[in-house]
Design a protein around this ligand. Sequence first.
Ligand SMILES: Cc1cc2nc3c(=O)[nH]c(=O)nc-3n(C[C@H](O)[C@H](O)[C@H](O)COP(=O)(O)O)c2cc1C
Length: 215
Amino acid sequence: MTDLLNSDLDLSEFETDLAGLALSPDAQDLLFRDAHTAYAFTDEPVTDDQVKAVYDLVKWAPTAMNSQPLRVVLVRTPEARRRLVQHMGGNNQARVAGAPLVAILAADVDFHDELHKTFSVVPVAREMIVGEDAARERSARFSAALQAAYFLVGVRAAGLGAGPMTGFDAAGVDAEFFPHGDHKTLMVVNIGRTAGDGQRPRLPRLDFDEVVETA
Ligand SMILES: Cc1cc2nc3c(=O)[nH]c(=O)nc-3n(C[C@H](O)[C@H](O)[C@H](O)COP(=O)(O)O)c2cc1C
């Protein structure tokens, strides 16, 4: 039997890949290093089962007071797609028109109505914020944005490409899809199997030392 401790095996590449990270190198590539914003897709449809699998990961995102304000509209019918496209800006119109699936990600500013279920550890939570409309909207937008980031990673975890966009008339999308005023649109995301030429070259990222300081 080979004595592994004394063998000549070169394990340096393996050690480098896992340095400091618990996630396998393949998963690191799928979710981060090889994951690009997607601009063009194959014709392969995105099923409701795939989106459910994505949400079953995304729902574990942390949110303030466990408020979970993210709400998602899956734009599936040609009529809904037309209603959304008209509010998209410039080139984003064609992107939304051509994607296998489009999701509208919005923040529910009335998330406090779910707190009896999601934050039952503090029974008075709803009463504490029910009259605080501005603060509630800020909190909803912030936590839903965190959930939206998880959503993009969740789409990648399904092996799909995500094309997030904020280039649209948010007030127009709100009026079109959320006429009661309780949801604020944050992002529109194109979803599908990324086409061979469906991503752009990587742009530079800031280095650790440019971003992180130790106080
Ligand atoms: C919040 C957000 C808004 C964006 N809005 C648009 C948009 O309106 N139109 C567009 O073409 N790309 C949009 N993008 C795509 C970014 O330009 C892209 O994610 C970034 O350049 C990184 O590209 P990469 O993932 O290929 O490295 C948006 C991305 C994010 C995260």
